[in-house]
Write a protein that binds this ligand. Structure first.
Ligand SMILES: [Zn+2]
Length: 342
């Protein structure tokens, strides 16, 4: 595997190669973009190129001692830092700093890859900032993150920003069919729902898709449930979810499918919208769906702020009643709240 054999990300690759050819490698790079679009893989291949003993035109040789060691994750000058628990901690940056006292052991450059750089805690961020303020010679830091806005602005300003694009849906489809052996129609659904993220597509192909179908089928039945049944549904959802953030993303796709089904004749929905759902949609103004879409976005935001998951999910379930039945109906939120035993 080499840089050019990685699928997609042509712009990012072209930019990195230009830096390499002109010998203008910055001491800190920031790779940002959706999770699962190839940031870490490209950082790894770029580290290989930077240390390759026999670089070819525009790429590493993939065969020299340095390339093989990097591929086996045993190159002493290619360091990967990952979070321990929820954060990258100060102790990890201190340990890194002790390595930096010495010149690269056998490589041309020492490459430090920080995965999930937005997970640097405050102390660790400040310690890293100090290193980047006086960067050691022949060292390249590659910070990887899907959320660059969560990094310290002072840290961001020290980095050369490389933005990664979502992968093309045809590349994901090809991988799912040829690599994962997925049946084409399921692969197509997963590719459409992946939004260009290989990680999400693979998760979908491993069973998330059927769980999402089950989730949306449950959501559409919510207005028919009693309040206590609704809370049982919430508990079941929270107990069985692997990733609530992804579930909220799924609900957004589902809403989008519904809006398109109302507005666009001949829209091919990803989710199965049965006759009952379509009938309910017929009576719901599109504006109410947009409002609910905003509710989901705000729920996702609250989730990133560590808000109570139970309350987030309950709020969403209750507002679905409003969309499908309209405010003031006996099943709508206000009425349900009045029905709650005090
Ligand atoms: Zn090589």
């Amino acid at each position: 595997m080499s840089m050019n054999s990685l699928p997609g990300q042509h712009r990012a690759k072209r930019f990195l190669l230009q830096l390499y050819r002109r010998e203008l490698i910055p001491h800190a790079l920031l790779f940002s973009g959706l999770a699962g679009v190839g940031k870490k893989a490209l950082a790894h291949q770029f580290a290989k190129l930077l240390n390759c003993r026999n670089p070819q035109e525009n790429d590493c040789c993939d065969h020299c001692d340095a390339c093989r060691k990097t591929d086996a994750n045993v190159h002493p000058d290619v360091i990967l830092i990952q979070r321990e628990g929820a954060f990258i901690k100060i102790s990890q940056i201190r340990e890194l700093r002790s390595h930096l006292k010495f010149a690269p052991f056998e490589g041309i450059r020492r490459v430090i890859i920080l995965e999930d750089a937005h997970r640097l805690n405050e102390e660790a961020s400040n310690a890293l900032l100090k290193i980047l303020e006086e960067p050691p010679r022949n060292h390249v830091f590659i910070l990887i993150t899907p959320n660059p806005q969560m990094l310290l602005p002072t840290l961001l300003s020290r980095c050369c920003h490389v933005r990664f694009q979502p992968l093309e849906s045809r590349l994901i489809l090809q991988e799912l069919v040829e690599g994962e052996g997925l049946e084409p129609s399921s692969a197509q659904k997963a590719a459409r729902l992946s939004l260009g993220s290989r990680d999400r597509a693979q998760g979908l192909s491993r069973g998330t898709l059927s769980r999402w179908q089950e989730l949306t089928a449950g959501l559409i039945k919510l207005p028919a449930l009693s309040v206590s049944e609704t809370f049982q549904f919430v508990s079941h959802w929270l107990k069985n979810t692997e990733d609530l953030e992804e579930d909220l993303q799924c609900i957004k796709f589902w809403m989008r499918d519904m809006v398109f089904s109302i507005l666009l004749a001949g829209h091919d929905p990803v989710f199965e919208l049965d006759a009952e759902t379509l009938r309910a949609l017929d009576q719901s103004p599109v504006e109410a769906l947009f409002e609910f879409y905003d509710d989901v976005e705000s729920a996702a935001h609250h989730l990133t702020l560590n808000a109570n998951k139970q309350l987030i999910v309950e709020g969403l379930c209750l507002s679905i009643r409003n969309i499908l039945y309209g405010k003031g109906h006996r099943n709508s939120i206000s009425q349900v709240r009045q029905d709650l035993p005090l």
